[in-house]
Design a protein around this ligand. Structure first.
Ligand code: PLP
Length: 255
């Protein structure tokens, strides 16, 4: 049977990021996506305008019904929308532990809107980081969570909070190539990619969701991280522009 990956994230009506990005990425890696929506959003391909967080008890009720029916192999956490939702999710994950938890700490939209306040950042660090198998911040998010400057300092701080691995992405950095570094135990490995012009709305969701699916299929961490990056790079290479703002990745680029 196909492994089941549960995406817990926000809904983006443009289809570029959030739950839809997760569904597409998980499907294209051969897993079955299940979804829990943390918040609705109004946004276009330029920026997020507003978040409408779900009530934490609604999320909890959906979680409990789903988990009593299906064996979930991996959970992917994206946009949370409120500290209350994040706190409830932490409690649910402690109650029903999952072997693979990918945490994408979404703090700010590509267009600049803040998507997490200080309380949510605190809950992310204290309640969710210790439960994460891999956390996938970009360098700016890693700096904001840790208060450190250099990538390896950020990674050490995050690993000390209890997550098993950290994948810091550098796609938004002003470097000629993209450097993404995976840190685990006392190891690290840097992956280097050609920089694609313009970037794309929903790249982070694509990476984290495909990584969750590849780990659910049983790949080792380093190989899953490499394949998820390759998949995301291809999806960005074939990105298209359905609106007036940013491009969105083509997560079925081979079709
Ligand atoms: N909206 C939702 C629902 C998201 O999950 C995310 C990112 O994860 C965003 C918006 C922001 O996407 P981006 O930073 O790629 O523009």
């Amino acid at each position: 049977m196909k492994p089941i990956v549960l995406a817990v994230s926000g809904h983006d009506p443009t289809g570029g990021a959030g739950i839809q990005a997760d569904i597409e990425a998980i499907l294209s890696q051969g897993c079955h996506p299940c979804t829990l929506v943390t918040c609705l959003t109004s946004q276009d391909t330029h920026d997020v305008r507003k978040l409408y967080p779900q009530h934490p008890e609604t999320l909890a009720a959906q979680w409990e019904v789903l988990w009593s029916d299906m064996p979930v192999q991996a959970v992917k956490i994206g946009l949370l929308g409120s500290a209350e939702i994040a706190t409830r999710l932490g409690a649910l994950l402690r109650q029903t532990p999952c072997e693979t938890v990918i945490l994408d700490p979404v703090l700010r939209a590509g267009g600049g809107t803040e998507l997490a306040d200080e309380r949510l950042i605190e809950v992310l660090c204290e309640e969710l980081l210790p439960l994460a198998t891999v956390v996938t911040p970009n360098l700016q998010e890693a700096r904001r969570l840790s208060g450190k400057e250099l990538p390896h300092q950020c990674a050490s701080w995050l690993l000390e909070r209890g997550c098993r691995a950290v994948l810091i992405t550098g796609g938004d950095e002003p470097t000629p190539l993209v450097y993404n570094t995976l840190y685990w135990k006392h190891h690290h490995k840097t992956f280097t990619w050609e920089k694609l012009p313009g970037g794309a709305h929903g790249s982070g969701c694509t990476l984290a969701a495909s990584l969750a699916a590849l780990l659910a299929r049983g790949l080792e961490l380093e190989e899953a991280a490499r394949k998820a990056q390759q998949y995301t790079w291809n999806a960005i290479k074939y990105a298209f522009r359905p609106g007036r703002g940013k491009k969105i990745p083509d997560r079925f680029f081979w079709s």
